[in-house]
Write a protein that binds this ligand. Structure first.
Ligand SMILES: Nc1ncnc2c1ncn2[C@@H]1O[C@H](COP(=O)(O)OP(=O)(O)OP(=O)(O)O)[C@@H](O)[C@H]1O
Length: 317
C-alpha cells in the first residue's frame, strides 16, 4: 500500500447464510474519484459497510487511509464521510437542523457546526428550502442533504452509495457534476457506486467493476475506453457475408441489428482494422453506409463477461 492509497482489500469475503456477498475480493484505489460498478446485489454496499467498520468480514482484510477496517472503525469514520443508499433522513427536521446536528455529532463546537453546515448546504445547492422540514423535499433535495451530512465534518474521503438513485436526468447530471467538483475543487477523494454503468465514466478517474462479489476489472478510466475501441460498420446489403469474411480474417466481429462491430485489439492501431474492413467491403462489392470508430463503454465489460457465461439451464419440470 502506498501513501496515496485510499482503500485496499485482500481476499475480502462476506458470507451471509444464503449468499456470498463478497468473494475473495482483492482490490485497491488511489486518490481521486473512483467508481464502483455492479448490478444490484453485486456487493457494493457490503463492501462500503466493511470499509467503514460497520460490518465484519467473514475472511480477508481491508484498510482505509492506512487504517484497519476491522479494528479501527471509529477512526475511519472520523476521516471518511458516508452517504448511504437508502433514505435515512428525519422528516420533521429541516436540512439545516439535521446537518448542524451531524456536525455536532462529529465533534464540532456549536458555532463552527452552524458555519460548516451553512457552507456545505450551499455547496450542494440547497438554498432557502434548507429551513423547511425535510419531509416535504423532492428526491433530488433529499439526496443533497445526504451528501451534505457526508461532507460536513470535512472528510478526506467520502463513500457515496448510489447517489443518483431516483433522480431524473437533469438531477442526475447535477449530482454527477457535484461529485466531480468534490473530487477536483474540494480535493476530497470519492468512492461512488452505481449500477448505471454509463454515468460513472463521465466523472471517475478509476473504475472498479464487481459482479457476484468478485472483481471483474479495476483500471483507470482511460484504460477502459482505450482497450474497448471498436469499428462500427453498416452496409446496404450483405452484412452477414461481411461478418463471415472478417471473422475468417481473424477479426473479432459481432452483429447487432443492422450494425457490425469489429473490436480493435488492445494496443493495436485502429487504422489496421479500418483497412481490413475497407478491403473486405471492396472484395465483396458491398455498398458501405457507415464506417466509424467507437470508443468502448464500461457496459462492454459486462457484455464480454455475459458472452463467456454458460447458457442458463432449462428449469426442471
Ligand atoms: N444483512 C444481510 N443479510 C443477508 N444478505 C444480505 C445482507 N446484506 C446484503 N445481503 C445480500 O448480499 C448481496 C450483496 O448485497 P449488497 O447490498 O452489497 O449489493 P449492492 O451491490 O449494494 O446492490 P444494491 O444496490 O441492490 O444494494 C445481495 O445478494 C444481498 O441480498
Amino acid at each position: 500500500m502506498t501513501a496515496s492509497t485510499c482503500f485496499a482489500t485482500e481476499g475480502l469475503t462476506k458470507r451471509f447464510p444464503r449468499v456470498t456477498a463478497l468473494d475473495a475480493l482483492t482490490v485497491s484505489a488511489g486518490t481521486g474519484v473512483t467508481g464502483l460498478v455492479g448490478a444490484n446485489g453485486a456487493g457494493k454496499s457490503t463492501l462500503i459497510k466493511i470499509l467503514l467498520g460497520l460490518a465484519a468480514p467473514t475472511a480477508g482484510r481491508a484498510s482505509v487511509l492506512g487504517m484497519d477496517a476491522i479494528t479501527q472503525g471509529p477512526q475511519i469514520r472520523r476521516a471518511v464521510g458516508y452517504m448511504p443508499e437508502h433514505d435515512c433522513l428525519p422528516p420533521d427536521m429541516s436540512a439545516t437542523e439535521f446537518v448542524v446536528h451531524m456536525a455536532r455529532m462529529s465533534g464540532l463546537p456549536r458555532t463552527a457546526a452552524r458555519e460548516r453546515a451553512a457552507d456545505t448546504l450551499r455547496h450542494v445547492g440547497l438554498q432557502e428550502e434548507r429551513y423547511r422540514p425535510i419531509g416535504g423535499y423532492s428526491t433530488g433535495m433529499r439526496q443533497r442533504v445526504k451528501l451534505a451530512q457526508a461532507l460536513v465534518h470535512d472528510p478526506k474521503l467520502i463513500f457515496l452509495d448510489e447517489p443518483t438513485n431516483g433522480l431524473d436526468p437533469q438531477g442526475r447530471d447535477e449530482m454527477l457534476a457535484l461529485i466531480r467538483r468534490i473530487g477536483t475543487e474540494f480535493g476530497i477523494s470519492v468512492l461512488v457506486t452505481s449500477h448505471l454503468l454509463g454515468e460513472l465514466e463521465r466523472v471517475c478517474d478509476h473504475v472498479i467493476v464487481i459482479d457476484g462479489g468478485r472483481l471483474l476489472r479495476s483500471s483507470a478510466i482511460r484504460e477502459f475506453t482505450r482497450t474497448t475501441q471498436a469499428v462500427a460498420i453498416e452496409v446496404e446489403d450483405g452484412l452477414e457475408s461481411l461478418a463471415e469474411r472478417l471473422g475468417r480474417m481473424g477479426e473479432a466481429v459481432a452483429v447487432q441489428g443492422r450494425l457490425l462491430t469489429v473490436q480493435v485489439p488492445p494496443d493495436a492501431d485502429p487504422a489496421r482494422t479500418f483497412d481490413a474492413v475497407r478491403d473486405a467491403v471492396c472484395d465483396l462489392d458491398l455498398h458501405l453506409v457507415r464506417l466509424e470508430q467507437r470508443r468502448g463503454r464500461i457496459e462492454d465489460v459486462f457484455k464480454e463477461n455475459t458472452v463467456k457465461d454458460p447458457a442458463p439451464k432449462e428449469p426442471a419440470v
